[in-house]
Design a binder for this molecule. Structure first.
Ligand SMILES: NC(=O)CC[C@H](N)C(=O)O
Length: 304
């Protein structure tokens, strides 16, 4: 029997003295205030046992991790028609890169880069009655936690400075791959990225991807096939131009965000979130990647 609690505590302890922790994302001004020393880990197994350490209960900005949640909400609405508007290939590019989008006529490489997430946001704005509220409720329901919320300050901070996202959305619009007003889609996108969640709340939400689409209350949100597809996209596209490195070092499907969170999972076994706000050069949490590499090494568990 694997002692998850001891393993994550040992990993946490081995990292407490590391000085070089990467850089905090400051291109969204509100994100810059976070303490670089924060480090949390929370793991939940399929039976619902919880193992946690450090700052695992403190909420942080989930940023791009939200792209998996919006995809999960849009996929059952659109079915496989979704893939006419966004592809499923790794981009090999940074999350906010634009040149491929132009080259490929406004069809984003995948739903986990910004351009792809903007198309998903457009789909949700088209299909939901009260888009931001309905999306928030969806996240609250899959996580079984009604306290989850947007951080409006962070959403507005990104609205003021998100010039690349404005560029991507306008480019998509010029190709007809955004149907709503660009401002409405960006407003939705900045809010979804501003969700504040702790490591614990994130493992509760991502439990559905580990558990064939079913949440802890046994309600089904995705079919088994849809769940497999989303996990495949996380594995190949969840870390932008570092997706190869993450598969190589960690060996799990997962998703990172510039708030310093990473969620990763082993289907039918466990789901884990790490949070350390310092990022490496590719925009992924430096210590988070290291911690997850140690986790899969020490437990001998990965999809490979
Ligand atoms: N990689 C990220 O977490 C980026 C999300 C951020 N909101 C952006 O669009 O730039």
């Amino acid at each position: 029997m694997i002692d998850f609690q001891k393993i994550i505590q040992d990993i946490h302890a081995s990292m407490s003295n590391i000085e070089v922790r990467g850089k905090i994302a400051s291109y969204i001004p509100e994100l810059a205030f976070i303490d670089k020393k924060k480090l949390g880990i929370h793991l939940i197994d399929q039976e619902g046992n919880n193992y946690f350490t450090g700052d695992s209960k403190e909420a942080f900005s989930i940023q791009s991790i939200s792209k998996v949640l919006s995809l999960a909400m849009a996929f059952p609405i659109m079915g496989d028609n979704l893939w006419k508007r966004v592809d499923v290939e790794p981009s090999g590019d940074p999350f906010n890169h634009l040149s491929l989008l132009e080259l490929e006529n406004g069809i984003p490489r995948n739903p986990l880069i910004n351009a792809g997430a903007l198309v998903i946001a457009d789909i949700l704005v088209s299909n939901l009655e009260n888009p931001k509220e309905d999306f928030l409720n969806y996240v609250r329901n899959i996580a079984n936690d009604q306290t989850i919320n947007f951080d409006k300050k962070i959403a507005y901070s990104e609205k003021e400075t998100g010039f690349k996202n404005y560029a991507a959305a306008n480019l998509l619009k010029s190709y007809g791959n955004i149907k709503n007003k660009v401002d409405d889609v960006l407003d939705f996108y900045f809010h979804q990225c501003s969700l504040q969640m702790s490591c614990k709340q994130l493992v509760n939400a991502f439990y559905i991807f580990m558990n064939k689409g079913m949440c802890q209350l046994n309600k089904s949100y995705l079919t088994v096939k849809q769940t497999k597809r989303i996990n495949a996209i996380m594995l190949t596209c969840g870390f932008y131009d570092e997706a190869g490195e993450f598969a190589f070092e960690v060996g799990l499907p997962g998703k990172s965000g510039v708030g310093g969170g990473i969620v990763a999972l082993l289907p039918n076994k466990f789901c884990v979130t790490t949070w350390s706000p310092g990022l490496n050069q590719k925009g992924n949490s430096k210590l988070g990647m290291l911690a997850l590499e140690q986790l899969t090494t020490k437990t001998g568990l990965s999809i490979f």
